[in-house]
Ligand binder design. Structure first.
Ligand code: ZN
Length: 184
């Protein structure tokens, strides 16, 4: 049994933490604690889980674990995306904090990330591609308080705006046509 549990949409009183921006973590003690908690929680998770951010266990610190490049789990401390490829790919994503939610998300095919593996370790820069880029981009969103449901809402809004714009364009074209006909 782990000390911490994953905050999900099923716990509305805890949920707001997921929408906060996580803070950089510069305390050795705190980093070790959070990494241990994350590890414990992931041990209880099924092996399809690809990543977990500290904020998802109620600790809004810029730390996450991710399964990338065939590793079991890797620790990312104070990560920062340095660059994103112009090329992107769309895939359906889920989230441990949003049971039952699946959203089609566009993510860069390649990213370059700056991070630390441990408090005393050097700053590293590494490239991640395809699925790994997606997993890390998803976790980076968590650190900004951005969830799949926000992405879905943005997409819905965009679709509505596009539909409105099309209607406006159609009306404008019809008006022009009427004007032309009247002036004949
Ligand atoms: Zn997630």
């Amino acid at each position: 049994m782990s000390t911490k549990a994953i905050v999900t949409s099923a716990s509305p009183d805890l949920f707001p933490v997921l929408e906060t921006v996580s803070k950089p973590c510069n305390s050795k003690n705190k980093i070790e604690k959070v990494v241990n908690w994350l590890g414990e929680v992931m041990d209880d998770e099924d092996e399809n889980a690809a990543g977990l951010s500290a904020v998802q266990i109620g600790e809004p610190q810029r730390i996450f674990l991710a399964r990338v490049k065939g590793y079991q789990w890797r620790v990312f401390i104070n990560p920062e995306i340095i660059s994103r490829s112009r090329y992107s790919a769309k895939r359906v994503e889920g989230c441990l904090s949003l049971p039952g939610v699946a959203v089609m998300v566009k993510r860069p095919k390649h990213i370059q990330l700056k991070f630390k593996r441990e408090f005393d370790g050097p700053e590293e820069i590494e490239n991640f591609s395809y699925k790994d880029s997606r997993v890390i981009s998803h976790e980076m969103d968590h650190l900004e308080g951005r969830l799949l449901t926000h992405i879905r809402d943005e997409q819905d809004l965009k679709a509505v705006n596009n539909a409105h714009q099309k209607l406006k364009d159609r009306k404008a074209r019809a008006k022009k046509r009427r004007k032309r006909q009247n002036s004949r």
